[in-house]
Ligand binder design. Structure first.
Ligand code: NDP
Length: 298
């Protein structure tokens, strides 16, 4: 049976280190790490994510502000708010919750965020730094960064000689995951909906990262025995066994099936999900250290 990678516990460890380091920074410099979370509209899932980010920031001892804007907010109004936050010395990290309403160009908003406060790592400057291996000064997107930490706990930082396959090529998960694995010396293949013989490709992977958004797509016979499997997917499916109209969360990996073959495997929920918020806190702490002229913690 595969080892279940306890993302919840590892995320708690990250958060308690962030909390301790934030207290040291405040003591040494008087700078309190500050994060601003901006949400536009009333998407219920986004509201849950934003609330939990705010709670975690408070837990870390951060200064945390939330801007909740109505659905009909114009793109120019949102740009103005981001510019105000860019100029606010009490704010070190800015997160604009995606997706934004359709009438707003998300790309324009993301590129308005100062790269120094872009704790989501979506600005072209940070994307370029990750792509060119400038990891020391980049902000890396939180979900792949958290996934990488889970891989690190199982296999260590140097992935020399290991084959990694990332399924999914989105800008927020798949592509940055590809670059991070490459930066840690893995031999990486990225797959997507046009890939031929996906099961065969996955069977070659010592490290398999699933970021697809298809419930339980990856089965035991896609997985190399002993592989480390990271399931980024979060999918809500009907769960009639829990009562009429009930649902439950599952990943892109068929956990029960793959657990019989993999060496280590993340559960959903409780795997990558908690790591994403923990890394957002870690990135905000780094931003605060940089703004105070201090070396960020590693
Ligand atoms: P996207 O929809 O942006 O990308 C999905 C990727 O999967 C695309 O590259 C797509 O290929 C590929 N794909 C779709 N169907 C198939 C298929 N049948 N075979 C192979 N590849 C396929 O999703 P995201 O990257 O934003 O998210 C992926 C999953 O991760 C979702 O379940 C999401 O909810 C979850 N997620 C979890 C987070 C967390 O904190 N744990 C954070 C962010 C996302 P193509 O490019 O060809 O269309």
């Amino acid at each position: 049976m595969a080892v279940t990678i306890d993302g919840k516990q590892i995320a708690e460890d990250v958060v308690s280190k962030v909390k301790a380091s934030a207290a040291e920074l405040i003591e040494a410099t008087g700078v309190t790490p500050g994060i601003a979370v901006v949400i536009v509209g009333e998407d219920p899932a986004s509201q849950v994510y934003v609330a939990s980010k705010g709670r975690k920031a408070k837990e870390c001892g951060f200064h945390s502000v939330q801007h909740t804007l109505p659905e009909q907010t114009s793109e120019d109004e949102l740009v103005k708010l981001v510019e105000t936050l860019n100029a606010d010395p009490a704010i070190h990290g800015i997160l604009v919750q995606l997706p934004l309403p359709k009438h707003i160009d998300s790309g324009r908003i993301i590129q308005t965020i100062s790269p120094d406060k872009d704790v989501d790592g979506f600005h072209f400057i940070n994307v370029g730094k990750l792509g060119t291996g400038e990891l020391e000064t980049a902000f890396v997107p939180c979900t792949p960064e958290g996934s990488m930490l889970l891989i690190d706990r199982i296999l260590g930082r140097d992935l020399s000689g290991l084959n990694a396959v990332v399924v999914g090529r989105s800008n927020i998960v798949g592509k940055p995951m590809f670059n991070l694995l490459l930066a840690h010396n893995a031999t990486v293949t990225i797959a997507h909906s046009k890939t031929k013989d996906l099961p065969g490709l996955c069977r070659n992977a010592d490290i398999l990262v699933a970021a697809v958004g298809r419930p339980q797509m990856i089965k035991a016979d896609w997985v190399k025995p002993g592989a480390t499997v990271i399931d980024v997917g979060i999918n809500r499916i009907p769960a009639p066994e829990r009562g009429e109209g009930k649902t439950r969360l599952v990943g892109d990996v068929d956990f029960a099936d793959v657990a019989g073959v993999a060496g280590a495997l993340t559960p959903v929920p409780g795997g990558v999900g908690p790591m994403t918020i923990a890394m957002l806190m870690a990135n905000t702490l780094v931003a605060a250290h940089r703004s105070a002229g201090k070396t960020p913690p590693r």
